[in-house]
Design a protein around this ligand. Structure first.
Ligand code: ATP
Ligand code: MG
Length: 236
């Protein structure tokens, strides 16, 4: 059996934790509070995917769906300099949807054409923000969940069809635990949980960042590693 291709995160401890990097065909969810490193990780992956396979990349481009308007060409340039990737922005297609309709329209009508042009990574940062804003209140919950499911189903199908790595980021919600202490869990309930092959939680503690495995077919639940974020990206 041919070993499945994987994408390096550029952080060796995270690669080790995930069994060699992020796997093609799979959806990887990174949930965390504001400032926990989700967007920085997305930027780093948009660079490492461009590395040749001999260096842990997939030698391809990325479609970066930026629902929060936080994509930064400057961050890409700083991270690329570290990895020696030249002209990185030429291989990053950024789309900034302003509504759920625009996001769906893009994923359903444009994404496959773009991906055929040589992308190996799809990023949705963040998966839930637009849905939360548009479908507020209990009476819209079922509709919201159905629409998230519809969009993620497309992402999953395209990943399988074109051997892509998929990465989505998610917000967290506070849920009361059995001990009366609130715990932070990814938003979006069953739909996002079910759609994601691997689920990770990101946390910031002082100057350090933590990545914890919430659910994965390949990694022990609860396993975690620390990393740092510097001007040139994420480090061990
Ligand atoms: P949100 O939910 O608000 O989108 P996020 O999880 O996407 O948050 P990021 O923007 O990825 O958060 O992470 C922000 C953190 O990354 C900052 O708190 C900071 O510590 C670090 N960071 C960002 N840019 C730099 C930089 N140029 N140099 C060093 N650290 C940086
Ligand atoms: Mg962010």
């Amino acid at each position: 059996l041919k070993k499945r291709e994987a994408l390096t995160t550029g952080v060796s401890s995270i690669d080790a934790l995930t069994g060699g990097g992020l796997a093609v065909y799979d959806i990887h969810e990174f949930a965390g509070e504001f400032g926990s490193g989700k967007t920085q990780l997305c930027h780093q992956l948009a660079v490492t995917v461009q590395l040749p396979p001999s260096r842990g990349g997939l030698g391809g481009g990325v479609v970066y769906i930026d629902t929060e308007g936080t994509f930064s060409p400057e961050r890409i340039e700083s991270i690329s300099a570290r990895f020696g990737v030249e002209d990185p922005l030429a291989n990053i297609y950024v789309f900034r949807p302003l509504s759920v309709d625009e996001l769906e329209e893009f994923v359903v009508r444009e994404l496959s054409r773009l991906v055929k042009g040589g992308s190996r990574l799809i990023i949705v940062d963040s998966v839930i923000a637009l849905y939360r804003a548009q479908f507020r209140g209990r009476e819209w919950l079922a509709m919201r969940q159905q629409r998230i499911n519809y969009m993620l189903d497309w992402v999953k199908r395209l990943s399988r069809l074109y051997s892509l790595v998929a990465v989505i980021t998610n917000q967290v919600v506070s849920v009361p635990s059995a001990w009366g202490v609130a715990v932070k869990l990814p938003a979006g309930g069953n739909i996002i949980a079910h759609a994601s092959t691997h689920r990770f939680l990101l946390k910031k503690t002082g100057d350090a960042f933590l990545l914890e495995v919430l659910d994965s077919p390949r990694v022990a639940r609860g396993a975690s590693v620390e990393f740092r974020i510097e001007e040139d990206g994420l480090h061990d």
